[in-house]
Design a protein around this ligand. Sequence first.
Ligand code: ADE
Length: 348
Amino acid sequence: KLLPIEERADYLRYPEEFEIARENLEICEKIGSGMFGFVNKGYLSMADPKSQIEYKTRLPVAIKSTKKSFDMELQTMLFEELKIMCAIEKHPNVISLIGAVTTNMRKGEFYLVTEYADNGDLLNYLRKHRETFHNTLIDMGEPVIDENYLVPNSIKKKKYLFDDQQTESTRLLPSGDHLSTSDLLSFALQIANGMEFLAAVPCVHRDLAARNVLITSSKICRIADFGLAKRYTDKNYYRIKNGKQVNLPVRWMAPESVQTYKFTEKTDVWSYGITLYEIFTLGNRPYAQVPNEQLEEFLRSGMRNEQPEYCHDDLYALMKNCWHKSPDVRPNFNTCVHYLKAHLKECA
Ligand code: ADE
């Protein structure tokens, strides 16, 4: 069995073929700001391989840099992220590395360049589409009580509408930029596919959430920020910002990670369940009514997020399995992929 990729980082190389000349990189507006760095939109000029004459294409890219350009610790972290990204193969549901500018690192010039996702992060994308969402899941009467949970957590009987049951008005919605129930199912499966791939590396993400999934103009989900694999291993990593304590993403974290700072595939699976909740609520905050300091007790008592309105009973059952108190009982990502595929086959 291979060690987690971040534990092999010292032995990973940065292959020279990833180096980008600074003059080929155009840095534009800031589009994001994380705990340790910034993300800017930009363009990479490169020779068009399809063209006979000398012609350069301007490829849109995302450019990651450190918050303080002369901070050795931040630079080392970004370089480690770069080496991890170099070592991970391409996958359609994982953001891929294009290259980096490293030759002037000592002078504070260090950029990690990834592909650009036109629709930004999934959380904002879901929230933006709330008004025009096209729901094809209907209620089938009285909720049933799920006896497996200490606190009554009702499951609402729901089923998908078949095409011929859809009303004229729902059928005639323009296809294109609006979202429907089948898009949500597609996002759920795509993210499971990307996570199955990362788990096989093995790479533990530690911060899977809708905000860390990017979406392209053709509704392809790409998991981002997986290279920062060490961020929460100890208190020092999330205190790096001005030496101040930065909040842990506790609403996405498995209870055992909150207690021990240990992260595994099964703690990523818990976060995947929370990400599913975000998807099927079109971007609700998990446990919105529970304050941070009550969350631990809330979960210990067996309570979980309620079934989202746009979520089929069988998918809510998957979410609840992802949130099983015992990590061994939770599915792995391979099981999640199979479960979702079976669900799509049965219901589509
Ligand atoms: N990081 C933050 N926003 C991004 C985007 N739109 N594409 C790629 N990486 C990003």
